[in-house]
Every structure is written in structure tokens, then in C-alpha cells.
Design a protein around this ligand. Sequence first.
Ligand code: QUE
Length: 334
Amino acid sequence: MDIIFSELNHTGIITLNRPKALNALNLDMAKRLYDKLNQWEDNDDILRVLLIGEGNHFCAGGDVKSLFLSGKTHRLKHDFFKTEYRLNYLISQFSKEFLSIWNGVVMGGGVGLSLYGDHRLATSNTKFAMPETAIGFFPDVGGSYFLSNLPGNFGKYIALTSEVLTINELLFFGLATHYYKLTEFENIKDRFINNGEILNKKYEVSNDSYIIKNINLISNIFNGNIHDIIRNLKNNGSDFSKKILETLSKKCPMSLAITTKLIENANGKSLKECLEIEFQLSQKIVYRDDFDNGVNSVLVSKDHNPKWDPPNIDEINVDDLDKYFETHTEKLYL
Ligand code: QUE
């Protein structure tokens, strides 16, 4: 079983169980989880829910490999996102206490399973990222919602660069709610199961984080559309800016342009509105060659040298992006 459910002492326990695939979420897991949460919502014996990943990681994201392998226009590319985003919304509306214990990798789809619950526990090895611009996609699962709500254009920064956030940044930005010591994983789990207790270990956020140190620079630079951002980086000329330019040069140009616009437009919108927009967008982006080339290059052939169309950001006219944001297929009806 790729996802395991159990019930213990009024606690519904979900274990993502594809450790060899870093617990990447596939359609079957998403469907089962959706049904189970609906059952637990109505089951008075269940007071709280715990979500964990088997092995050393929480969840690497949606199982984009199976989407790629299904072929260019397979129905899975529709059904998967529809189910996944409906699940994200269901979790945001779930009335019982919902705790996720993050360890290792927490990316993309894994963020969407946990961020809208009540508590996210992070530890010293937690690696959080929204890395979709590396595979010709965009930060979905409500990414436009929570990224646009981070202060000072920081959401655009992590979405465009795929920067990995660790414990300091996660606590600083409130993406994680608590710190736990990795050696206490089992203990933390047991206490939550036994009486709903959540241990809040003291953790001093260190100012060693170069991301937190550069927060004002990031905010100034990541203002405006993708061309504004690239121009700001070039004009700034610092080592930090040069490093970011180098990072962005490897990402999918169309993903960078779309992602910037998506996050700008999300300002002030609800999670529900953002997920509807993302679903429409997903059904434009997932059938492009960039998605197949990106996933193949990063996860299947692993040559890490994807071909992008267009190959350069300069070739994108931001006025032409509106068509990707049009409503063109059925809605999620959240
Ligand atoms: C960007 C991504 C993903 C990624 C790598 C990226 C992503 C994702 C996976 C992934 C990892 C291991 C697996 C798997 C998928 O990697 O979304 O099936 O076994 O799910 O650079 O967005």
C-alpha cells in the first residue's frame, strides 16, 4: 500500500508509504486520503489526525514521473491535479486538529498536504522547497496563495529560485509552527497520539541564515514581472545577485514568467480562488513540451540539461501570458 491509515486512541494516522520515491503523492494515494479524511471528519471517535512519511523523508511532491510516463495528453494529467487540489482544499477545511511531522524533503505536493493543517513540526534535517520551475511547471497546491502571503516578495524568490529552506527560515516565516529534535520523532508521535500533546521545543532562530539577512535586498529585487526581476539582478551586481542569476538561468523560462505573474495576481485572493486559478493553469502547462522535457531531464533520464521553449527569458513577452490564465476547462467547484 502506498498510503497507510490507522486509528489509535482517537487519532487518525496517515503514513505516506513510497519511501523509494521519497513518498511522492500519486493519484491513488490522493483519492484514498480524500475519502479517508471525509470519513474521519464524520467519525466522532476521531479527534485528531497525524500525517507522516515512511523512511527518511516526508514527501517529495506530486508523482510527476508517472504523469510524464503516462504520455503527452493522458487523462491522468487532468485527474491527478483535480484530485490533488481538491484534497488540499479539504485539508484546509478539516475541522479536527491536523499535525504533520516534517523530516527530510518537503517539496511541492508535500507542502500542499501539510501547510493548510494546524501544525507543522520541522527539524534540523527538514528541506522545504517549491522546485517546480526546474521541471517546466509552476508552484501549485495553493503555492500562489501562501507564497503571495509571505512578506516582501520572498514568495517569488523561493518560487523562482527553488531555494531550499531549512529550520531557521521555516520558523522565521511561520511555514513551520514548531521545532522538534529528530531523535524525539517517536516520542513526539506517541504524545500526540496519546493525548493530542505537541511538544514545543525551544529553538532560537539563528541569524546565520543568509536568506533572512538578505530579506530587504530580496524584497527590492523581486519586485515586478520577470523582466523587472532580471534587470534588478543585473543592476544590483552583488555576489548574491550573480548567484541568483546563475540559478535562474537553469530554470524553465516559461515557468519563471508564469510563476511571477501567478504570484503577483494572487495578492488578496483566498486559497479557494488560488486553487481554481492553479487548476486552470495546470491544464495549460502540463501538456507543454517543457513539462515532459523537464521531468524527463530531472527525474527519468537525469541528464539535468533540459531543453526549454523558448530557451531564454528575453524571448517571453509578458503581455502574451494572459492566455495561460484564462478559464478554459471545468472548475474544481470547491
Ligand atoms: C522539481 C519538482 C519535483 C522534483 C524535482 C524537481 C517534484 C517531484 C519530484 C519527485 C522526486 C522523487 C520521486 C518522484 C518525484 O522531484 O515535484 O516521483 O520519486 O515530485 O526538481 O517539482
